[in-house]
Design a protein around this ligand. Structure first.
Ligand code: DGT
Ligand code: CA
Ligand code: ZN
Length: 576
């Protein structure tokens, strides 16, 4: 039995326990076990049979026993018992984005919902809004999620943060193989899109069949598809499809260009080529009249032959990049190494996982010269909130840290304050004035008209004590729609008041979106790219924030936190 199947059984058991109302730590323990099992490089079935699954972190004797039951009998008795009570179609309901097990159980108890079909009927019959605590907005969310299921099929698209590390791991493994000449990530992952359908890899090899076999036999490969001279296709343990294409070295540039896409970009490129009497394909560029084919080992040569400057992959979306390349007007895109600091992160004072000192140390290790500590404010809805006295103590702590670090690296004493429903903030002005850096975000009362939400955010932008707006639209990619906002009006207000707007690098958010970020920058808003890290590990989410900045065509100058701290602080409306 494959690790992926065991992990899936553990995830299902966690959901069943949750439906049954089990204590949270038990549910979380099974979810964590599923993650560990899925990522184990060795067979967990073999380990369990030898009584050694307990060597894996988070797996104790009980779980070891359950894995043995599963491997030997094909099912876990505890799961079988719960399945007799809760139909399998109810487990599907728990997986619908925005629902979850607790809500599914309420829908089951109160409305007899046992399947997605029941759920749709209940939503369409406006019966969900009658359930206390769910409401009309939730009912609309359910209908939206059901419609999206219909549109794109159950698995949906995968976040870049799920796909990219796997793509990089596989590319690195192939690069090390003796038969490998060159290998690159192509497709939407190379373009750093928000979501990806799959991983596309391109390679050249001295022995193509051997390289294809290396992918098929890679420990991450759950189901080996085909492998041969021209490439291989696998599905990883966590369900990501991977396509490897192995090509002759003389056409590597053509292939990489073609399979990087996007389809829209390639179509426009071909149209341009046709007007010049050329035909572009993955195999080369041919002259229509003579039939002469040219192949290029480097991607740059493909663009050069078409009279274009090299176009960075993040721009290849058919948003005007070809015309800009032809006119020599492409922006020089910001790079992650241009950043000098991060202006939004959390510590254990609110809902973060690391201390101020640990976050500071990690930021210094990344080569930053400043970091704003912005724990959640007093009325925050989840995790610990920070009372005014605690924030005053934090300001002292930051001052003490900076006194010792002698100006080479500076912490900014900050806060991520809530923009309340009426546009006011949840600390007194006097306290906000004592802070070095104030991020203001919407975290509560999402349900209001676009007009009122826009007024609410603009009130915060106009507040002279606000330096930056956090995750403007509140969207969660694939899970929660952005609030209804007039982004143009907001950008205009932010530019006029010299309030920054962040690109939040959390890969679930990437908010501003690339479209909004481009719009805001063009309106003259200073953009900063932040991680909103809740621990030292997620300071690396800058990768995704920068990906969005680049996809928004932003250059170094438009990204405020590429500047020195003094220059950055001069950009904002309030005191320098
Ligand atoms: P995805 O996988 O949906 O996240 O997005 P992509 O862009 O990775 O799309 P994918 O994997 O279907 O194909 C990779 C690239 O190959 C795509 O960006 C452009 C190129 N390509 C694939 N099929 C076609 C096609 O039918 N026409 C054109 N013009 N290009 C194609
Ligand atoms: Ca793809
Ligand atoms: Zn936030």
């Amino acid at each position: 039995m494959r690790n992926a199947e065991i992990a899936a059984a553990m995830t299902e058991l966690a959901t069943l326990y949750e439906l049954d109302g089990a204590v949270l730590y038990r549910v979380l323990a099974y979810r964590e076990a599923a993650r560990v099992i899925e990522q184990s490089p060795v067979s967990v079935a073999d380990l369990a049979r030898e009584g050694r699954a307990t060597e894996l972190p988070g797996i104790g004797a009980t779980l070891q026993g359950k894995i043995v039951d599963l491997v030997e009998t094909g099912e876990i008795p505890a799961a079988a018992k719960l399945k007799a009570r809760f139909p399998a179609s109810l487990v599907e309901v728990t997986r619908l984005p925005g629902v979850g097990a607790k809500t599914a159980r309420r829908l089951y108890d109160e409305l007899d919902v046992t399947s997605l079909d029941d759920l749709r009927a209940a939503a369409e019959g406006e019966r969900i809004q009658a359930v206390k605590g769910l409401g009309a907005k939730f009912e609309a969310t359910v209908l939206g999620a059901l419609d999206r299921l219909g549109e794109q099929g159950a698995p949906g698209r995968l976040l870049l943060s799920k796909v990219l590390p796997v793509a990089e791991q596989l590319a690195a493994a192939l690069a090390e193989h003796p038969a490998c000449d060159r290998v690159a990530i192509a497709g939407s992952a190379r373009r750093r899109a928000e979501t990806c359908k799959d991983i596309d890899l391109i390679a050249t090899a001295t022995d193509p069949a051997a390289l294809a076999t290396a992918l098929v036999e890679h420990p991450l490969a759950a189901q080996a598809g085909s492998g041969g001279e021209s490439g291989a296709r696998i599905v990883t343990f966590d369900g990501i499809s991977v396509d490897l294409r192995i090509v002759p070295p003389q056409a590597y540039g053509n292939l990489l260009q073609h399979f990087t896409g996007s389809a829209e970009h390639n179509i426009e490129l071909r149209e341009r080529a046709v007007r010049a009497g050329l035909s572009v394909s993955e195999h080369g560029i041919s002259e229509v009249e003579t039939g002469k084919v040219e192949r290029y080992a480097r991607e740059e040569q493909v663009y050069e032959r078409l009279g274009l400057a090299y176009i960075e992959p993040e721009l290849r979306e058919g948003n005007g990049e070809i015309a800009a390349a032809a006119a020599g007007e492409l922006p020089e895109l910001v790079e992650i190494s241009d950043l000098r600091g991060d202006l939004h992160c959390h510590t254990t004072l609110s809902d973060g996982r690391n201390s101020l000192a640990e976050m500071a140390e990690a930021a210094r290790e990344r080569g930053y010269s400043y970091l704003a500590i912005t724990d959640h404010s007093a009325s925050h809805g989840f995790g610990d909130h920070v009372e005014p006295d605690a924030l005053r103590a934090r300001i002292e702590e930051v001052a003490a840290y900076n006194a010792v670090s002698k100006g080479r690296f500076r912490l900014l004493a900050g806060s991520e304050v809530n923009i309340l429903a009426d546009g006011s903030l949840d600390y007194e002005d006097e306290l906000l004035e004592a802070l070095d850096w104030v991020v203001a975000s919407v975290h509560t009362s999402f349900r209001m008209s676009g007009e009122r939400m826009t007024e609410r955010v603009i009130a915060a932008i106009e507040n002279p004590l606000v330096d930056c707006i956090g995750h403007l639209t509140g969207r969660l990619i694939g899970r929660r729609e952005p609030y209804d906002l007039d982004v143009e009006a907001i950008a205009e207000a932010a530019a006029a008041n010299r309030t920054l707007i962040e690109i939040n690098g959390n890969p679930n958010r990437r908010d501003l979106s690339e479209r909004n970020a481009r719009l805001a920058a063009e309106a003259g808003v200073a953009i900063c790219v932040n991680t909103d890290a809740h621990g030292v590990d997620t300071l690396s989410n800058m990768t995704y924030g920068i990906a969005t900045a680049r996809r928004a065509w932003l250059g170094k100058r438009q990204v405020a936190n590429t500047r020195t701290l003094n220059a950055l602080l001069k950009l904002r409306g309030r005191r320098p």
